[in-house]
Design a protein around this ligand. Structure first.
Ligand code: HEM
Ligand code: HEM
Length: 189
């Protein structure tokens, strides 16, 4: 299945990348500030559209990331663009951090909700009121998982911004095809 060399990512990798980037950005914008205060006031999160959309889009990111990782294991060869060694290592490191954050965000969100017995409320009226496996686990007490989650939410946006700036630098200054590798292209016969 592996090809010899290519200048572009396959279409499914492209779709996963750009849909995830858009969904993460919208989830970040809808990040529910003052969530703890609302819960203490006894407000049902299901009545707040920002919370319901934030949690639903966040779960969508988790589903997309799991499917995408399966595709990464199966997909055809990805572009190997020549660049300085430190640049190659840095880009691999940033990708690894982005993958880790894409998984850590939903995990810390579940820990935040479960440890404080807040319900998970999704679009379509889906809700999970209690997560006893999390509430009763030692890990629930290790940190304020809501704070950790909010920190990681900011971190992914900073890192994605840096990653996007690097891609634009490659395109405009180095003109080495890194950005176009992740953009839609006409299939050559
Ligand atoms: C791409 C994924 C996600 C991103 C970028 C993200 C980002 C954020 C950010 C930045 C905040 C803090 C908002 C503020 O204080 O102004 C936040 C809070 C929160 N998010 Fe997410 N989130 C993601 C996924 C999820 C998921 C999957 C869930 C639920 C399963 C969730 C539930 C929450 C909750 C409950 C809070 C309030 C936490 C607290 O203050 O205790 N998030 N999120
Ligand atoms: C939240 C936003 C983003 C996230 C989470 C993200 C994450 C990732 C990940 C995980 C990869 C590796 C993909 C793979 O192996 O299939 C990647 C590759 C890439 N991303 Fe992003 N990305 C984001 C936004 C952007 C933006 C805005 C740009 C451009 C302006 C961009 C340009 C690229 C390029 C050019 C590659 C291929 C790099 C290479 O092969 O070395 N990304 N991104």
């Amino acid at each position: 299945m592996k090809q010899q060399s290519t200048s572009h990512y396959d279409s499914l990798s492209l779709a996963f990348h750009w849909v995830t980037a858009v969904v993460v950005t919208i989830a970040f914008i809808l990040g529910p500030g003052g969530f703890g205060r609302l819960m203490r006031q006894g407000i049902d999160p299901a009545t707040r559209s920002d919370i319901v959309w934030h949690e639903s889009l966040g779960i969508l990111v988790l589903v997309l990331t799991v499917l995408r990782l399966i595709w990464v294991a199966l997909r055809p060869a990805t572009p190997q663009i020549l660049m300085a060694g430190w640049m190659h290592v840095t880009s691999k490191l940033v990708h690894l951090l982005l993958w880790s954050l894409l998984l850590a965000l939903p995990i810390t969100a579940f820990l935040a909700l479960g440890s404080e017995a807040h319900p998970l409320t999704l679009l379509g009226g889906v809700r999970i009121d209690k997560m006893p496996m999390i509430a009763d686990s030692a890990i629930a007490k290790l940190a304020d998982w809501g704070d950790v989650h909010a920190f990681l939410g900011d971190a992914i946006m900073w890192l994605a911004g840096l990653h996007a700036a690097a891609a634009i630098y490659h395109h405009v200054v180095l003109k080495d095809g890194v950005l176009s590798a992740m953009l839609p292209h006409k299939r050559s016969s």
